[in-house]
Design a protein around this ligand. Structure first.
Ligand code: NAD
Ligand code: ZN
Length: 370
């Protein structure tokens, strides 16, 4: 399956399928300026999947060097960025070489940012290996690192030349990571594709359990939705903000957990989407039936059950509505002192607004954490 992200001369293909990693050379070759690549990956992906990529490049006569970074969000730092740039230059990186980001969103964001500043901007390819990166972070060109002031505050827009998504890489991913990525899949249904949400209600569990056909269909549908929004609003001056559904609440929960592994991003987004629908109902905008349906599905796949209450083993942090309100006030999406929320008139009918009553936000938080 091939999708196209339409951005004029920066357009690129997203290729989705099974076993693509073993034929990577065939897909990569057409976008190379010369047959030399630099693979950047992390230790988990290196252990489980790197031999497949390296074999394909070797057999295909494409040169490569590999840099293996520590796994985890802490790699999205100034310190790691500096080290990565120096290491790439040590390996005699030239402007016409191709950088390959091979891993989840952490590797994609860091490597994409490095590519955007090395030698004033180099081409790179995304080979995403987590469900989250396959449906979200590998598409759209947002790259960056975290700072002491918060997540993703330093970065650039830098589109890849190709996204190569092999669903077989998901086989070695921890089930909890697959589930976290699934939250972002549900997000696309909730934003503007009710049919897709209904499909997920019927097929989501199979997809999570590893059904290839269903994974491919869901990833394709998600990427098509993201590609559409990105083509309309690459730099997020408007509609692209819809992709933040569940994220205003979600970021507050993540921040309260200190961005630790006690809660994964996708898990926080699941909680956040349920809250966004609850708030929409409270404001009289959305039928309660739709909000219940969202919660029911997230609970069914075990994305909510493990989190409501926050005394679950996964997230032991005790938090109050007050704490979360404070974090939201600091969120980067505060513009002119007003928080931007993504709310919904129903499943598949999300919209952007700054018109929310803080008291109602507090009430939703109080109902959701107990
Ligand atoms: P991640 O990259 O940390 O990967 C999660 C874990 O899975 C890591 O431990 C990794 O080593 C391991 N892993 C990855 N692929 C594997 C595989 N196939 N088999 C076994 N283990 C594997 O996390 P993520 O959830 O992919 O991405 C999260 C990051 O993405 C965050 O930093 C977030 O800010 C960013 N993000 C960016 C965008 C964007 O538009 N640029 C969008 C959403 C999220
Ligand atoms: Zn997200």
């Amino acid at each position: 399956e091939t999708l196209r992200v339409d951005l004029g001369e920066r357009s690129y293909d997203i290729v989705i399928g099974t076993g693509l990693l073993d034929r990577a050379a065939d897909y990569i070759r057409p976008v190379l300026h010369r047959p030399r690549t630099m693979i950047v990956t992390d230790e988990n992906v290196a252990r489980h999947q790197l031999p497949r990529l390296e074999k394909s490049l070797r057999d295909g006569g494409i040169g490569f060097d590999t840099i293996v970074l520590p796994a985890g969000e802490s790699s999205k730092s100034f310190a790691r960025l500096e080290k990565l740039c120096e290491e790439l230059l040590d390996k005699k990186l030239e402007r016409k070489d191709m950088i390959i980001a091979f891993g989840g969103g952490v590797i994609g964001d860091l490597t994409g940012f490095a590519a955007s500043i090395l030698r004033r901007g180099m081409d790179f390819i995304q080979i995403p290996t987590t469900l989250l990166s396959q449906v979200d972070s590998s598409v759209g060109g947002k790259t960056g690192i975290n700072t002491a002031h918060g997540k993703n505050l330093v970065g650039s827009f830098h589109q890849p030349r190709l996204v190569l998504t092999d669903v077989t890489t998901l086989d070695t991913l921890e089930p909890r990571q697959v589930l976290a990525g699934y939250a972002e899949v549900v997000k696309y249904g909730l934003i503007d594709d009710r049919e897709f949400f209904l499909w997920l209600e019927r097929n989501g569990r199979d997809l999570i359990a590893g059904d290839r056909e269903k994974q491919i269909y869901a990833i394709k549908t998600s990427c098509a939705a993201k590609a559409r929004v990105v083509a309309e609003d690459e730099k997020e001056t408007g509609r692209r903000a819809l992709l933040n559904l569940g994220h205003t609440f979600g970021h507050a929960v993540e921040a309260e957990c200190g961005y630790s592994d006690s809660i994964f991003h996708g898990e926080a987004v699941a909680v956040g989407m349920a809250m966004a629908f609850d708030l929409s109902v409270k404001m009289g905008l959305c039928p309660a039936e739709d909000a219940n349906r969202v919660s029911a599905h997230l609970t069914e796949v075990r994305l909510l059950a493990r989190l409501t209450g926050f005394d679950h083993p996964v997230c032991k942090v005790k938090m109050t509505a007050e704490d979360l309100m404070k974090h939201m006030a600091q969120d980067k999406k505060v513009a002119d002192g007003k928080l931007t929320f993504i709310l919904a008139r129903g499943i598949g009918k999300a919209f952007i607004t700054q018109d929310v009553n803080p008291q109602q936000v507090r009430e939703v938080l109080e109902l959701s954490i107990y």
